[in-house]
Ligand binder design. Sequence first.
Ligand SMILES: *[C@@H]1O[C@H](CO)[C@@H](O)[C@H](O)[C@H]1NC(C)=O
Ligand SMILES: *[C@@H]1O[C@H](CO)[C@@H](O)[C@H](O)[C@H]1NC(C)=O
Ligand SMILES: *[C@@H]1O[C@H](CO)[C@@H](O)[C@H](O)[C@H]1NC(C)=O
Ligand SMILES: *[C@@H]1O[C@H](CO)[C@@H](O)[C@H](O)[C@H]1NC(C)=O
Ligand SMILES: *[C@@H]1O[C@H](CO)[C@@H](O)[C@H](O)[C@H]1NC(C)=O
Ligand SMILES: *[C@@H]1O[C@H](CO)[C@@H](O)[C@H](O)[C@H]1NC(C)=O
Ligand SMILES: *[C@@H]1O[C@H](CO)[C@@H](O)[C@H](O)[C@H]1NC(C)=O
Ligand SMILES: *[C@@H]1O[C@H](CO)[C@@H](O)[C@H](O)[C@H]1NC(C)=O
Length: 480
Amino acid sequence: MISLFRKVALLLASLVSIVYAVHTIEVHNQEFVDTVTNKRLMIIGVDYQPGGQSGYNPGAGQDTLSNGTVCLRDAALLQRLGVNTIRVYNVDPAANHDECASIFNAVGIYMILDVNSPLSGESIDRSNPAGSYNVGYLTRVFGVVEAFKGYPNTLAFFSANEVMNDIPTSKDNPPYIRAIQRDIKNYIAKHSTRTIPVGYSAADVRPILQDTWAYLQCNINGTADQSRSDFFGLNSYSWCGGDATFQTSGYDVLTTMFSNSTIPVFFSEYGCNKPQGTPRVFNEVAAIYGPEMTALSGGLVYEYSEEPDDFGLVVINDNTTVSLRQDYDNLQGQYNKLNITLIESANSTATGLTAPACSTDLISSSGFSTNFTIPSPPDGVNDLINNGIKNPNNGKLVQVTATAVPMAVYASNGNQIQNLAITPLPNDESNTPGGETTTANTTSTASPSASPTKKGDAGKSFNVATSGLLGVALTVLLLS
Ligand SMILES: *[C@@H]1O[C@H](CO)[C@@H](O)[C@H](O)[C@H]1NC(C)=O
Ligand SMILES: *[C@@H]1O[C@H](CO)[C@@H](O)[C@H](O)[C@H]1NC(C)=O
Ligand SMILES: *[C@@H]1O[C@H](CO)[C@@H](O)[C@H](O)[C@H]1NC(C)=O
Ligand SMILES: *[C@@H]1O[C@H](CO)[C@@H](O)[C@H](O)[C@H]1NC(C)=O
Ligand SMILES: *[C@@H]1O[C@H](CO)[C@@H](O)[C@H](O)[C@H]1NC(C)=O
Ligand SMILES: *[C@@H]1O[C@H](CO)[C@@H](O)[C@H](O)[C@H]1NC(C)=O
Ligand SMILES: *[C@@H]1O[C@H](CO)[C@@H](O)[C@H](O)[C@H]1NC(C)=O
Ligand SMILES: *[C@@H]1O[C@H](CO)[C@@H](O)[C@H](O)[C@H]1NC(C)=O
């Protein structure tokens, strides 16, 4: 038996090395739910892909989540903005994401990762799904799972993005989307200590949108088989401009379409920049998180950085500094008006829904697949699922030591923001809009945590919680 002194020493050492972690998220029927608090997680998110597709350069070991300094800068700005989730479109399964994932974890931001990339052989080719669904492709997909399964802030994986974008492409592709989902979910079941939701990100093309959702959420043979989507993302830009409303945007139609969804539905992209162009006013935020749309689970604004298609909230300058655009301020102002209590409350009525059995009656467009015979895994894939891929690159949380952003960040009025830093949320919370504004007075030297926000309060409870835990642990030891 080891001495009490040694026990205490070991205990202290283990407390010092605690890495705080957000609570993992599960799907409960129509909602994402925090596995510890049982509160609903509404996605308040931003699509994060600086550099667009060229930001992904696996030959050089580079992707959006591989440079900790860059992630620190962007996490500080995304935390202030008030988001709890980012979506990253292209990741390199071989790169080291530990610093970036840990930084986003520390500030209470979840990650949704697409398993695909624009490089040849790294996604389903919609013109040749059978030919592109092969063991080489799935090895990459499982590599992404291996790289991200160990981070508690990995919220979900996208099996595919906008593969079906018209009637012709919806003829043969849907069974392959379900096949990939089945394979990913079987791989997770075998090689991850927890479930991680897997779903699809759909183009808002009518009429195939509703068919895509119906095809992916139904139960084949009436049982919840692994090929079913765990959630449904919708890329929709139908709310355009400051004068749009719940009705004129068609959000009313979307809400009705998905009101009895048995899986979470959210906007995986939104934020139309036409016809008025930028700056965007983001009036749709009040609708998305308001009482009329609680059937949906929030959304991700397209997109963090300014790229050629002009959707950026910020401009990343060549010298690695960042300049906020008015869009950032406008979005932050909208987030600050949200009712977090409403957003976090789960709907007990919605938990009683059961998915329909798959059948041709669910599909309304002539030409959309009604084939619910899902392709078998290609040769070699069952072996990968059973035994794991060779030499997986398993990410894990690391200590986040640096909190101050080293490069300059300029507010939309051109002033440099002073003392920009991440504010780790030590009590495992997810981030929420903090009531902060970034332009109001950027020449002030007050640190962001000095403002009376939820984040400030979370920071205060840290010492109490930690010393309380220590006291309990010591008492247990002394009694044992
Ligand atoms: C990370 O990004 C910073 C800023 O762009 C750059 O100075 C640094 O060299 C990068 N680090 C690595 C390892 O690429
Ligand atoms: C559905 O049932 C059929 C007939 O028993 C079977 O061949 C098929 O594999 C089942 N599909 C799924 C996804 O379970
Ligand atoms: C709700 O789901 C059922 C199938 O389970 C469907 O028949 C019905 O039309 C749906 N309602 C709406 C409003 O979509
Ligand atoms: C970085 O580039 C931006 C945009 O060109 C410029 O406004 C800013 O002064 C530069 N900052 C530094 C520190 O060089
Ligand atoms: C926020 O939502 C909750 C739950 O619906 C409600 O009780 C409360 O009155 C709302 N607060 C405000 C300020 O509207
Ligand atoms: C709860 O879910 C049910 C079923 O989807 C829906 O009819 C109802 O409007 C929801 N209520 C709230 C407050 O979200
Ligand atoms: C349905 O798909 C399966 C494989 O996914 C295929 O073998 C079968 O021929 C298809 N059935 C029809 C009627 O196209
Ligand atoms: C910003 O803060 C500085 C220093 O506290 C103060 O002198 C200045 O008047 C403030 N400006 C505005 C616009 O509030």
